[in-house]
Design a protein around this ligand. Structure first.
Ligand code: UT7
Length: 352
């Protein structure tokens, strides 16, 4: 068993934060509602022309620096985004190009908010197969492009202008989704741990295609000829459709099962785990998972207040903060868990 461990982390978010009150300029929403229902206070948005490959490359450069390696030592990339710069290709190749990594293989995975446990499992499997030794795992998302408004100058408070009643109504129709997401990237460099018994242990991962439309983008679909039409935009089908309640219930029901299964597999107790690093979709989801597992709140850190849901970025961003401020220490037992579009979900155990 190779047991890849994380030797360097980095994260990046673009520009200045946009608060809940800022969003009130373009839709009918409420700071108290957003805080109470989600835990989010603010989020960041990538400016026009900046995509997830750029966010991912910036986070990756910081991870490479933290690992103290020559970038040329990286021999594989596993990249995750649901908001690639283009419908295709994925961003892995562009991340490599921006970092000057040469023609190394860059694998793009599509597990959305659940991407990082999948990506680490894939990285470990690549190492086991002898296909890679130093892997860059990067999760990056730039959701600004699917926000249901075009008046960015109003959002940023650069004008006193009011948005039109039509624009306000259009954004309000998607407020349950629009307030959740923010842009950002988290990256990690993985390599075989020099300490026997340390590193990746295993993952319990699942996909339920029956819930593919639990959260998805109806526009730009290759079920249609052509796959993009003006009518799609009229129907605002560039904005994801989300069954928030269904996702919430699925997360609260399915994630504790995965965590318990992993613990049983490895003969560890929930008490043995130092940190539960959860995807940041909603503080209430993580509180419910915590309650179901009867684990203390201090072991399930949150940073959703500052970043919102950065999709594939969340776990990498949180881990980077915790590594840099000293909360995550070598030898600690970490349990990652996440649920995202697909529906994909699961948990992962690693001794850091
Ligand atoms: O990353 C993985 C993908 N996403 C998720 O995992 C999301 C999981 N789901 C959730 O986090 C929650 O379901 C939400 C935060 C999306 C919604 O919370 P909820 O408690 O399920 O609220 P709801 O959608 O049932 O809406 C309750 C009320 C509605 O008003 P009425 O019909 O009761 O009058 C909504 O119109 O809250 C209203 N509402 C809002 N009010 C102010 C919905 N969004 C907003 C908003 N501001 N942004």
């Amino acid at each position: 068993m190779p047991g890849l461990t994380i030797i360097g982390t980095g994260h990046y978010v673009p520009g200045d934060p946009v608060t809940n009150d800022d969003l009130k300029r373009v839709m009918d929403t409420d700071d108290a509602w957003i805080r109470q229902r989600t835990g989010i206070h603010q989020r960041y948005y990538a400016p026009e022309g900046v995509g997830s490959s750029e966010l991912g490359a910036k986070a990756s450069a910081l991870a490479i620096e933290a690992a103290g390696i020559d970038p040329k030592e990286i021999d594989y990339i596993v990249a995750a985004t649901m908001t690639a710069d283009y419908v295709f290709p994925g961003i892995g190749g562009q991340v490599a190009e921006k970092l000057g990594l040469g023609w190394i293989p860059a694998l793009d995975i599509r597990q959305q908010c659940a991407a990082i446990p999948y990506a680490i499992q894939v990285a470990d499997a690549l190492a086991t197969a002898g296909a890679a030794s130093t892997v860059l795992v990067v999760g990056a998302d730039a959701h600004a492009g699917f926000m249901p408004w075009t008046d960015w100058d109003v959002v940023y408070g650069k004008t006193e202008r009011k948005v039109s009643p039509e624009a306000y109504a259009r954004a309000t129709a998607h407020r349950g989704l629009a307030v959740l997401f923010g842009d950002g990237a988290g990256a990690m460099i993985l390599r075989k741990s020099p300490t026997p018994g340390h590193g990746f242990m295993s993952a319990d991962l699942h996909t339920d295609g029956a819930l593919a439309e639990g959260i998805y983008i109806p526009g730009g679909s290759f079920l249609n000829r052509p796959y993009w039409t003006p009518e799609m935009y009229e129907r605002q089908e560039q904005v994801p459709r989300m069954n928030g309640r269904e996702l919430f219930k699925s997360a609260v029901k399915r994630l504790p099962v995965s965590v318990r299964k992993l613990c049983k597999r490895h003969g560890v107790t929930l008490d043995d785990i130092d940190w539960f690093i959860a995807h940041q979709a909603n503080d209430r989801i993580n509180a419910a998972v915590r309650d179901a597992l009867k684990i203390p709140a201090e072991k399930v850190p949150s940073n959703i207040a500052r970043f919102g849901n950065t999709s594939a970025g969340t776990i990498g961003i949180l881990m980077d903060e915790m590594v840099r401020d000293g909360r995550i220490q070598r030898g600690q037992l970490l349990c990652l868990f996440a649920l995202g579009a697909g529906l994909n979900w699961g948990a992962l155990l690693m001794r850091y």
